[in-house]
Design a protein around this ligand. Sequence first.
Ligand code: IPT
Length: 956
Amino acid sequence: MSYRTSPSADYVEDVSPGRGALPPRAWYASSDAPSLSLNGSWRFRLSATADAEDDAFAEPGYDAGGWAEVAVPGHWVLQGDGAFGSPIYTNHLYPFPVDPPHVPTENPTGDHLRVFDLPSDWPSDGGAVLRFDGVESCARVWLNGTELGEFKGSRLPHEFAVGHLLKPGGNVLAVRVHQWSAGSYLEDQDQWWLPGIFRDVTLLHRPAGGVGDFFVHASYDHTTGEGTLRVDSDVDGRVTVPALDIDIATGESVTVAVEPWTAETPKLYDGVLATEGERVPLRIGFRTVVLEDGLIKVNGRAVLFKGVNRHEWHHEKGRALDLETMREDVLLMKRHNLNAVRTSHYPPHPAFLDLCDEYGLWVIDECDLETHGFTEQDWRDNPVDDDRWTPALLDRAARMVERDKNHPSIVFWSLGNEAGTGRGLTAMAEWIHDRDPERLVHYEGDWNCRDTDVYSRMYAFHDEVDKIGQRLDGGTRKRRELPFIQCEYGHAMGNGPGGLADYQELFEKYERLQGGFIWEWIDHGVKHPELGYAYGGDFGEELHDGNFVCDGLVFPDRTPSPGLVEYKKVIEPVHIEGDGANGIVRVTNKQDFADLSALAFEWSCQVDGETVESGALAVPALAPGESAEVKLPEPPVDGRGGERQWTVRALLADDTLWAAKDHVVAWGQFAAGARPLPSFPATDRPVREADRITLGPAEFDARTGALRSIGDVEVSAPRLDVWRAPTDNDAGAEWQTDTRYGMLWRTLGLHRMRHRLVSVEAGDDALTVRTRVAPAAREVGLDTVYRWTSDGERLRLSVSVTPEGDWTVPLPRLGVRFGLAQADRVEWFGGGPGEAYPDTRTASMIGRWQSSVDELQTPYLRPQENGARADVRWVELGGLRIEGDPEFWFTARRWTTEQLDAARHRTDLTPGDTVWVNLDHGQHGIGSQSCGPGPLPQYFLKAEPAEFAFVFSTTT
Ligand code: IPT
């Protein structure tokens, strides 16, 4: 005989979306119907299983005085200092046995209790609705002891009619939240598993005759310049838009001249929907989205998405974001030239979409659906191909579309992410196409594009994208006729992504390619008292995916990473090229809709990186796609013979919503003359005295030829260095087995090179030190000759490297490393202000830059190679000036590469007494192999014969 002690928790494993909730509808704020936020501190009790406690706590009068408290919105595992469990990070693996729809018996369950009074002016007539904007993953709700129902669909709204249950005072709202439910099978996104009531809870008064659901249809006819407005409403009423003199009945259409909405020109018209009992403000954007001639067109023009995938993340609050944090995201995106967001992989808090409407961002709104873990069993039992789950899928589609349908920013509905293929997805697509034929449908998981209006891929390599652009990729007939986007590319994990400029070139070259969305916006690091930021495994998870959750363009505190700065430059809306010798600039407007009238242009002329003159540059207000050549002024007369260059910037001409006047939108630089290379006659000869050799300002160890000092600056001798602490992109994803150089380098032993001294030769005009640099157990090596010369004041080191043996891998870096006892301030002339590598150097601007050694470091959450400055002509630090022949890559840090390599978190790095300086002739590219292609061949640092030199002098 078997029986269950608590059948009341059966709903947890039920595949149905739930019971008791109202049908989904548009999310809006009423002008006159009051609402009551139930956010705040709630009483909280955690149980280990779904049925550990009965529902007595939901009864009025229950004494929860002894319970803990949690903040709502919030995730309980991020509160209570570990007393309420911990977050779990997995990429695509389910952290529980795949046994759908069953979930573990150990199912953390949080009982939440909140007692509230109605405000004294709460209307006594009408009804009321209780709205949950997001609860992970399954909730059962009671008000004043009456059960309202239960629901799943974590990032979707659920409303209950509660008017009949409300009392003026002492209302008891009880919510039981289960971490795991059948719904968890549909929510296998690559992110932390974070249970809780993580979005707002609100009580909404619903006046008699109030607005129910409504659908704003606002299209734009680019051939006439007119917009057509129709608002369908469950409850009849009138629609007014004062600025357009519109006053129509709901359901009625009107066509008038309007300014259209685009992400570049987000014109919104304020309107009102008034029914007998309520007024609701409308923000109307007129635009038409179509698939035409195989292209995604808005208002008659093809758009190019310069986008990013945005998960909701806050380093302390998880996915419980406040409005200011959402606005910060939007402002950062706009300031970095982004024009599009994919809401990976669920509908965001609705306020974020209001911001996208207002500030101007194209949106792919994605449904809360991912079943990625089923890939481990070849997608067997995948819920999206099992009719029993289809009602849940359709419920999710409807909750997204109905909630968000009035946002002009949304151009695509996305069915979800990484869910394989199946009938359930088709059912969703059919329902969506039918409900909203005025937008397009996206889904990446089906490369045959059965249900979609766009061919979408993730992490396709450059060569494949090139083929797709040329329509040489084959595929089904349907697919061949569709435009292409990369819904994910440029994996921004750690240092990188590299190769963005090369992608952008392709996107701009072929009409079929309509851009892409970087993976992803923000590192999901969790603020941690000892580790700084925690990632997967730091909470002792039995299964986890490490720092794969830290792959954003901004750090967890939203500081832009170099990847974002690079992306900003790569996607700049204006292209500025120049012919410095002839004093001509060519400016191209790369926007899709706006002319250049919002921008002002400025030229400046630099000598040795210092601006000697600048002024305004008159550039015509070019239409999208247009170019013009503009003459630069006569180059300034300046006696100095240094390196000359022009810099031209495009700035905001006026304050905008998202940045102030003079914000730099785009720039270009071009040389106006060659750089004079540092050189001097070798007049000094090395002198040997006992155990030392002197040459000009320098002293060497006579036996080893190792440099000891230059003037009074002590150094630990420069030696050849080829090792860098592998980046996440060097290490590569585990499924890319044959070209993961981060691994191959280690296998070869490049992190433990030995230096065999061959000879020290004090000649007439030079000290020559010959060595062979090679790893144990291998025959490959690098013959390395250091040749030192001096004119008495300056010291020149020429390095020549000749590879021996069969080098089958590129080198991580090639240059010299040395140590300085004291260094803090750094000044250089070269690329900056931020780091750059061969395929991430677009944003590196040639100029004079200053920094401290500490500020040179880029704080990647998992420590790895970072902080190199490109094209350095000279650098000064620690009493030395170092000039390059040719330009070099410069890195300085207070720990060694080996320490950097060994560290798991930033807090593992402790500054030592020595500042370690790398002067590199070459760096290997960065690529995006943590989930995509490695560096393109042109960014490889091949093991080839090389010669390079540095000139040292003291600055004191
Ligand atoms: C792709 C996922 O869609 C995304 O959620 C994230 O996991 C990303 O990869 C990697 O960070 S899936 C890809 C591994 C094929």
